[in-house]
Design a protein around this ligand. Structure first.
Ligand code: SOE
Length: 363
């Protein structure tokens, strides 16, 4: 079995952003053997605290100092959404590889510009669409190729952490999070996963959005959607639907995807990632992750033996390992790049526009 968790070339990483997701990036970088050189945060005190907590080498007062330090090969951008584009553009200009959180930008044209700049600068970029790195997602992608024409793609991505009016977060504020919240924050993961697993493209969609909690204690009237439903059609003619919500009681981080094809169906549930449901006309089964029965593609992301559950940290580590390997000129199939980030931003914009204008949008 391949040990994907150790990198062959030492990559020197810097991180900007010290919240929940910045800490996950830091942990993953250390886990795979990268050098966690520098951290920049809201201010020096914040960066210094994070350096101590995360075992990094040096705190930087500003992200520009970190970018121009000459001490790092890659910058991980883990800030609120509105800062992704300016920081990424500055880092690419300085010749750094960039791993930028999703949504890549708060609007599709900016995300597209970032993807073009990355191409022109010839720097490696990546976006943490990390659910691609669950072994059972790779297994689904492999198996689907043998199931014939896809008829239906459906699913949901449901959370409840913004259910109460006392729940608040920078994502709710359009100035920081962007004009769309739930679609950009979690719908982008779902869109990416669907196109990755099926290899098909959404060509047309029709969306509805809703604000369920009209006012939040901290930030006042809510302008970004709490939930949305999207109906779509793909290039191959498959029909699809998805519901996304951050106000669905009891659902914490439930990304669910089911694909029905000519000779079988597949379903993946992110909260139960050790299994893949295989549906058949004459019998169905839950395929449990077991290196003895996995395809090569899934095996690569399955370092633990059967019965030793893998989860979110594992797929995040695998994503960072692949991104850092690619920086070290060892390209990895399936690594989501700025092009994929721009694609998800494009679908997000199309959904928001469809909901606003009450019509189908070509995408
Ligand atoms: C918050 O909705 C969030 O942390 C997202 O930003 C992540 O991308 C998702 O993985 C979990 O939920």
């Amino acid at each position: 079995m391949l040990d994907i968790r150790r990198q062959s070339t030492e990559v020197r990483a810097g991180i900007v952003g010290t919240g929940f997701i910045g800490r996950i990036h830091a942990r993953a970088a250390r886990q795979i053997g990268a050098r966690l050189v520098g951290i920049a945060g809201a201010d020096l005190a914040n960066a210094t605290e994070a350096v101590q907590a995360l075992g990094a080498e040096k705190a930087f007062e500003t992200v520009t100092e970190l970018i121009t330090s000459g001490l790092i090969d890659v910058l991980h951008i883990c800030t609120p959404n509105h800062l992704h584009a300016p920081i990424a553009l500055e880092a690419m200009e300085a010749g750094l590889a960039v791993i930028c959180e999703k949504p890549l930008a708060t609007d599709a044209p900016t995300a597209q510009l970032m993807a073009e700049r990355a191409k022109n600068a010839g720097v490696l970029t990546a976006v943490p669409f990390v659910y691609r790195f669950h072994p059972m997602v790779r297994e689904a992608r492999e198996r689907l190729t043998a199931l014939g024409r896809v008829s239906l793609i459906q699913g949901s991505y449901l959370q409840d952490w913004l259910l109460e009016s006392t729940d608040d977060n920078w994502r709710v504020d359009p100035k920081q999070g962007g004009p769309g919240r739930t679609i950009g924050d979690i719908g982008s993961h779902w869109f990416d996963l669907v196109e990755f697993v099926t290899g098909d493209r959404i060509t047309k969609l029709c969306a509805q959005t809703s604000v369920f909690v009209p006012e939040r204690a901290g930030s006042g009237p809510v302008l970004t959607e709490d939930l949305a439903t999207v109906q779509f059609i793909t290039a191959s003619g498959a029909l699809g639907t998805v519901a996304v919500s951050q106000v669905a009681p009891g659902r914490k981080n439930r990304l669910f995807l089911e694909v029905s094809a000519a000779t079988g169906s597949l379903a993946f549930d992110q909260e139960n990632p050790e299994q893949l449901w295989l549906g058949g006309r004459t019998g169905s089964q839950a395929l449990v992750r077991d290196p003895l029965s996995l395809s090569e593609a899934a095996l690569r992301y399955s370092p633990l033996p059967a019965g030793h559950p893998q989860g979110f940290h594992d797929c995040f580590d695998a994503f960072v390992a692949d991104a850092h390997a690619a920086i070290g000129k060892d390209p990895r199939e399936g690594l989501p790049t700025f092009e994929d980030g721009a694609r998800a931003a494009h679908l997000t914009d199309a959904a928001l526009r469809s909901a606003r204008e009450g019509r189908w949008i070509e995408c």
